[in-house]
Design a protein around this ligand. Sequence first.
Ligand code: FES
Ligand code: FES
Length: 158
Amino acid sequence: MSHHSITLVVNGELQEAEVPARRLLSDFLRDDLHLTGTKRGCETGVCGACSVLVDGEVVKSCLSLAVHAHGCAVTTVEGLAQGEHLHPLQDAFMRCGGLQCGYCTPGFLMASCALLAQNPKPTEHEVRQGLNGNLCRCTGYTQIVESVLDAAEKLNGN
Ligand code: FES
Ligand code: FES
């Protein structure tokens, strides 16, 4: 199988790799870079557990090829915290009960991150709409939405 050289920045670190043409971005991140925070769920683009940011846009990494991330900046859940300091979204999810089993959480965090970057003061409806590509079996969504609204307030300095 033919391999391709890719160069990309993942969570601020330059990565160079040889990958098969059809290597999924999710497999590249988890199995090659050992960034296992990105979850494999449905692997068909439905659940959002594998969501990462590619140049700031939410991408379902189970549907995306590693070669397509060549030249891009990828952020995974491991890239959110700053040293010991959780990202305000991570902190809010912990405080507001935005996670139970936690399997969906990395995907929700990345989708929420992109949402707040585009719309720093979303309404509840806009949060629900912005996260409609992510599924959670545990929380019933209300606490996830509250977590995102709480983080938005913190990020806006309220
Ligand atoms: S694992 Fe990618 S959307 Fe479910
Ligand atoms: S917290 Fe369990 S699937 Fe969302």
